[in-house]
Design a protein around this ligand. Structure first.
Ligand SMILES: [Zn+2]
Ligand SMILES: [Zn+2]
Ligand SMILES: [Zn+2]
Length: 340
């Protein structure tokens, strides 16, 4: 009998197939394209991108030349534009505003490496540090409410054909719907129980153990109870923390290790699948009376890793339900056993 499971945070239902559950070898590798030979993100090609916004560079090197570790540049095809005013307005019942925002590309290594999982831990920690720096900087812009950090790995996951590992951020003037749902759900739980729902999830997963993939110093990687996708993994700090930017420097290396091992295990178990990951953290706390009073207590940042092994079809689009052919308990058990 398939099982309907409810995500405790936002109340989304998923259908978990329990019979004939799909195992790693049941997923066909999705076709990927060949690499583009002329990569604008490699060291030495700095003049092929717009001028850099932020870098971690070696001393004695100048901007927009070689000698960097992580480099941030504006997107050449931005989803939202940085210049201008929001000009909020309505037309009859319809609301709109100008498409103002920031869209940046975080180039994660000067070398031509495709998967962030193949970088050294200290280099991944550099990348995470750049995430923090960019969010802190963009927070100063009062037009923005949220910065979404995400990665597309592999053509199927929405990446372009250039396989140089990078992530993207989009700072936006509204809070994304998914984040709002989480904020509302965690506030509801907090109002009722005076506890953070994510902290309760961490505790229960560490007790249960069957969905845990990695239990590291300070972080947990686990397959969520109501996973939408086969082999979905969430990474969370074990200690309560609403805002990713408050992560201490000394913890970034452990987070980098947890992220690297999670992605390495996925690559090994599933023949290098395309994936997306996203960082969900607290929104910018623009002071509006009555808003965000308990967010520091009720919200908890996390990274959601979504391997792209199945396609979303009519039923998902129409219902908001997801069909997941691999129970998260089995996914976690496979992933625990994968040696990397
Ligand atoms: Zn490259
Ligand atoms: Zn918490
Ligand atoms: Zn989330």
């Amino acid at each position: 009998m398939p099982e309907l499971r409810k995500d405790p945070i936002i109340g989304r239902w998923v259908i978990i197939a329990t019979e004939r559950a799909k195992r790693p070898h049941d997923f066909q590798a999705m076709h990927d394209t060949d690499d583009e030979p002329d990569c604008p993100f490699c060291e030495g090609k700095e003049n092929q991108t717009p001028p850099e916004i932020y870098t971690i560079r070696n001393s004695n090197t100048g901007p927009n030349g070689p000698g960097w570790q992580v480099r941030v540049v504006p997107s050449i095809s931005p989803v939202l534009r940085i210049e201008g005013n929001l000009d909020r307005r309505g037309k009859g019942m319809y609301d709109m505003m100008n498409g103002i925002g920031a869209h940046e590309i975080i180039i994660e290594t000067p070398r031509h490496v495709a998967n962030i999982a193949d970088l050294e831990e200290h280099q991944i920690a550099n990348v995470l540090n750049v995430y923090i720096n960019r969010i802190v900087d963009l927070q100063r812009d009062r037009r923005f409410k949220y910065t979404l950090l995400f990665k597309n790995y592999g053509f199927v996951a929405g990446a372009s054909i250039i396989k140089h590992c990078r992530s993207q951020l989009i700072a936006m003037p509204v809070n994304p719907k998914r984040v709002k749902e989480e904020l509302a759900g965690s506030k509801r739980y907090y109002d009722y129980r005076e506890r953070c729902i994510f902290c309760d999830i961490v505790k229960q997963e560490l007790d249960d153990k069957k969905r845990v993939v990695i239990d590291s110093d300070g972080f947990i990687a686990f397959a969520p109870f109501a996973s939408r996708f086969p082999f979905e993994i969430w990474i969370m700090p074990k200690e309560h923390s609403a805002d990713f930017i408050n992560t201490k420097q000394e913890k970034l290396l452990n987070l980098a290790m947890t992220l690297k091992v999670s992605l390495k295990k996925l690559a090994k178990a599933l023949n290098n699948p395309p994936y997306n990951y996203i960082l969900h953290t607290a929104p910018f706390r623009v002071p509006i009376a009555g808003y965000w009073k308990t967010i520091d207590y009720d919200y908890h940042w996390h990274i959601e890793i979504m391997p792209r092994l199945t396609r979303i079809a009519g039923f998902e689009w129409g219902s908001g339900f997801y069909i997941n052919p691999t129970p998260p308990e089995e996914a976690a058990s496979f992933l625990r056993e994968v040696e990397i």
